[in-house]
Design a binder for this molecule. Structure first.
Ligand code: UDP
Ligand code: MG
Length: 319
């Protein structure tokens, strides 16, 4: 059986389109499906549409609804935990992950020794150019300074073996960065390539700033290089200013001490102050992560699933 984990946040327009498309593809493969829709605290009709779907197709459709918006990463984790299949896939509901790749992916994971068949966008058409530029920059940077390889353009859309998903679930950290986690657990992953798709309906929930913060998270979660840079910069400015000091003392002894250079003094002063704040900020970022991690808060809180749906329970009591 293939479990399909689908995080949804304000996706009322896409859900049924997604389900229809998936069922069309389903007809071409000989594999049982289990859909797990994760409603990530949507404020539109997403939950009631999923509820209806779970009622109409109770054989295949399950759902988990969060008490508020916990973010896509939490949705993925909840879905993976709930999945019962021996193969598990993760898909966006906006059809940006093409379902027609599924037959090929399932076939490859079943017949070759790969534990995971992932997908990679080889183009970013339809995306704002500035966003693509920073995305590329991010992959360059993280692959340089991190120990975990992140494949450029790789999507979360992947068919994984049960063994790999169990490994992913073992990493129960609060600060989740799935792209890194999928890569960190290892296992043999092969990539299928495809051209970028635009979403069928609705709008992306990612703004430029949320993506920027997400990439900082990725770096902080998978690399301690920024900390090393901070100490290096500190050591370097210490040595440089030591040399400058000797130079100034010697010059004052030889040529006297004309009072000048106030502007340059202030510039250096501000520059060093700025550097200190920057390094403190970097360290603070890591401490913030440690702080959140040590609280051991749950990654998500469930308000409703297909089993606990009050409306269902009420109506079956009536009968
Ligand atoms: N999503 C979610 N919680 C969030 C934001 C997004 O579950 O807080 C889901 C969203 O419904 C979609 C997937 O994550 O199924 C990818 O989101 P989106 O399409 O907005 O991102 P993009 O494809 O633009 O990177
Ligand atoms: Mg999308």
């Amino acid at each position: 059986m293939l479990s399909i984990v689908v995080p949804c946040y304000n996706e009322e327009e896409s859900i049924l389109l997604f389900y229809k498309e998936m069922e069309r593809v389903h007809q071409t493969i000989n594999e049982a499906f289990e859909y797990i829709f994760v409603n990530d605290g949507s404020t539109d009709q997403t939950l009631s549409i999923i509820r209806e779907l779970a009622k109409d197709d109770s054989e295949q459709v399950r759902y988990i609804s969060f008490s508020r918006n916990f973010g896509k990463e939490a949705g993925l984790y909840a879905g993976l935990e709930a999945a019962k299949g021996d193969l598990i896939t993760v898909m966006d509901v906006d059809l940006q992950d093409p379902p027609e790749l599924l037959p090929q992916m399932i076939e490859r994971v079943r017949t070759t020794d790969a534990d995971c068949i992932g997908t990679r966008r080889i183009s970013r058409d339809g995306e704002p150019p500035i966003r693509s530029f920073f995305a590329r920059l991010f992959y360059k940077l993280i692959n340089k300074i991190g120990d975990t390889e992140m494949v450029e353009g790789a999507r979360d859309f992947r068919v994984m073996s049960r063994q790999m998903v169990d490994a992913v679930l073992e990493l129960s950290e609060y600060n989740r960065f799935s792209k890194g986690i999928f890569s960190w657990v290892g296992f043999k992953t092969e990539y299928l390539e495809y051209e970028n798709r635009e979403r069928v309906a609705g709008n992306t929930s990612w703004s430029f700033w949320s993506l920027f913060n997400y990439s900082i998270d990725g770096i902080v979660n998978f690399s301690d290089t920024p900390l090393n840079i901070a100490s290096f910069v500190g050591a370097f400015s210490c040595i440089a200013s030591g040399i400058a000091l000797i130079f100034i003392v010697v010059r004052a002894l030889l040529f006297g001490d004309p009072t000048s250079g106030w502007p340059s003094l202030i510039s250096v002063f501000l520059f060093v102050g700025g550097l200190q704040l920057l390094c403190l900020g970097i360290i603070g970022k890591y401490i913030g992560k440690i702080f959140l991690e040590t609280k051991k808060r749950p990654i998500y809180i469930v308000k409703e699933t297909e089993d606990t749906n009050k409306l269902n329970v009420l109506s079956s009591d009536d009968k």
